[in-house]
Design a protein around this ligand. Structure first.
Ligand code: ADP
Ligand code: TZD
Ligand code: MG
Length: 527
């Protein structure tokens, strides 16, 4: 019925992937993507993506059918019985239930507003069985629908807050800007650029904010991240939270003990002082805040050459140090040899969208592959969720019409790999590159105590390319950086669904965060 009504409906193989696609559609459009599922198990499969969307401030609406209320509430054992509304509530921004057909308009309007206003997030809409059988007069029904006016109203910062923030920024000797995905979401790209360039501050970008200004911008300090975090005396956060991804603003990498001053732009007032005291809180939407700031920056004094020059020198030194690693032609490939080629391809195709998940595959790709335009890098987000890859790739291709290149760890890919059928079914310009190192982090771990394989290793020489071939797409194996580059360039030229099985040296990777070092046993063994 939705298709007959002109609504584009994409059906997925698993609800979690559909939900991830809805969340990314919401992120790219600033309009909630909608994911519809069946009751209990379908709802639960979708719930992970709803929680992920909420954590990442991505607007989406999960609509699930649910069993008969009267039976569910008395726990009399209905088909797929589950109190879905109660379960969804703590995991999303808002949750509503519609019991009467006449309330559908209001229910949907509330869901849209809740998803996109203020800090965006996931919303759950529960539609119990009895609702689905209700009828009402068509004309009355039409009248009951709500046109949502200004669903995400501008939120202007107070003028005193703007002055206070500017005073803090003016006092900085070694300032730094950190752009987060909130700034990318806000879609005021010219304002962001104008502000960053007016300040003259070095800036770094959180992973999905990469490309908001081009990564080759002279103020971009991504390659000098350690230096700027440590040495800066004033840090301005724009749509980025001081969460674990920034070590909460604490510790050695921030040069603790430090007396850095923080200025923070966020639409959610509760974010202020969440991890560090904020000297210049600016609560409002990013576009309004940056407009207000720039309006008062006549005669702005840029930071000293001593600071910006030191940052620049570090960037250039680190980039030069990396270059030979990225140019290597080792077979079997290592991460850098493979990514060096993908880096060149993205330089030639700045409109292509990079979807990225895995551990080494994620960490190295994030730092190696430069983004040149906003919202071109989509990844695992705040929680580091494996399995967002295929849903994200599908949504990106459908919503933008651009070529998508999904750079996937072999483990990461396994979480949503069945959606290659969906990619083929809708004939999407998606090239999946599986970094096949035969395992999680690496493929060389051994089980010291038995016949089972170690828990982190997969079948050697797995033929991932055949998964795409199975559904009529292209499947290629790449053993060398040259093979890889050729295969991806061909995929872009043809626009056909393609999977490149990139064989990476199983010994090349390292454990994420070297977390094994925290084991008490390894401490004991060392002693
Ligand atoms: P990153 O992971 O890139 O650091 P986060 O997800 O931690 O980014 O932070 C994004 C922040 O942006 C959230 O705190 C959210 O409230 C904020 N945000 C989202 N949209 C806007 C907006 N339009 N204006 C201001 N802040 C926003
Ligand atoms: N499950 C979910 C949903 N998300 C997770 N982040 C994990 C499990 C734990 N996890 C990581 O944090 S990374 C990772 C897992 C399973 C896979 C890493 O292996 P990979 O990447 O093959 O994707 P590399 O290139 O081999 O490091
Ligand atoms: Mg792997």
């Amino acid at each position: 019925m939705a298709q007959a009504d002109g609504i584009r409906v994409l059906s997925f193989r698993h609800e979690s992937n559909a939900g991830n696609a809805a969340a990314i559609a919401g992120y790219l459009n600033k309009k909630p993507g909608v994911c519809m599922t069946v009751s209990a198990p379908g709802f639960l499969n979708g719930l992970v993506s709803l929680a992920h969307a909420t954590t990442n401030c991505l607007p989406m609406i999960l609509i699930s059918g649910s069993s008969e209320r009267e039976i569910v509430d008395l726990q009399q054992g209905d088909y797929e019985e589950m109190d879905q509304l109660a379960i969804a509530k703590p995991l999303c921004k808002a949750a509503f239930r519609v019991l009467h057909a006449a309330d559908i308009g209001i229910g949907v309007a509330r869901a849209i507003r809740a998803a996109v206003s203020g800090r965006p997030g996931g919303v759950y809409l529960d539609l119990p069985a009895a609702l689905l059988g209700q009828v009402m007069d068509a004309v009355e029904g039409e009248k009951s629908l709500v046109k949502v006016i200004d669903p995400a109203p501008a939120q202007l910062p107070a003028p005193e807050a703007v002055d206070r923030a500017l005073d803090v920024l003016k006092g900085a000797k070694k300032p730094l800007i950190i752009l987060g995905k909130g700034a990318a979401y806000a879609q005021c790209d010219d304002k962001v650029r104008d502000f960053v360039e007016t300040t003259g501050f070095p800036y770094i970008a959180m992973s999905m904010a990469k490309g908001l200004l081009p990564d080759d911008h002279p103020q971009y300090a991504g390659a000098a991240r350690s230096l700027v975090l440590k040495e800066s005396d004033c840090v301005m956060l724009i749509g980025a939270r001081l969460n674990w991804l920034l070590s909460h603003g604490k510790g050695k990498q921030w040069g603790e003990p430090h007396s850095k001053q923080f200025v923070h732009i966020d639409i959610d007032p509760k974010e202020m002082d969440s991890n560090q005291p904020i000297a210049g809180p600016l609560v409002g939407d990013i576009e309004s805040c940056l407009t207000a700031l720039v309006d008062r920056m006549d005669g702005w004094q840029k930071p000293s050459q001593e600071w910006t020059g030191a940052v620049r020198a570090k960037v250039e030194a680190n980039v030069a140090r990396m270059a030979p690693k990225l140019a290597n032609n080792n077979v079997p490939m290592d991460f850098h040899g493979a990514l060096g080629r993908l880096k060149k391809i993205f330089a030639d195709h700045p409109d292509a969208i990079l979807v990225n998940e895995g551990a080494n595959t994620l960490d190295f790709a994030r730092s190696v592959i430069d983004m040149r335009k906003p919202r071109k890098r989509l990844d695992v987000g705040t929680w580091g969720v494996m399995g967002v890859g295929m849903g994200t790739a599908i949504a990106a291709a459908v919503e933008t019409g651009q070529q998508v290149i999904a750079v996937e760890g072999d483990s990461a890919f396994g979480f949503s790999g069945m959606e290659v059928e969906t990619i083929c079914r809708y004939n999407l310009p998606v090239c999946v590159v599986v970094f096949n190192n035969s395992g999680i982090y690496r493929g060389t771990d051994v089980n010291p105590a038995g016949d089972d394989p170690a828990t982190t290793v997969f079948v050697r020489d797995a033929r991932y390319e055949m998964m795409m071939q199975a559904f009529g797409g292209e499947g290629v194996t790449a053993h060398s950086p040259g093979d890889l580059e050729r295969a991806v360039r061909e995929a872009i030229a043809s626009g056909k669904p393609t999977l490149v099985n990139a064989i990476i040296d199983p010994a090349a990777g390292t454990e994420s965060g070297r977390i094994g070092n925290l084991n008490p046993q390894s401490v004991v063994r060392k002693k």
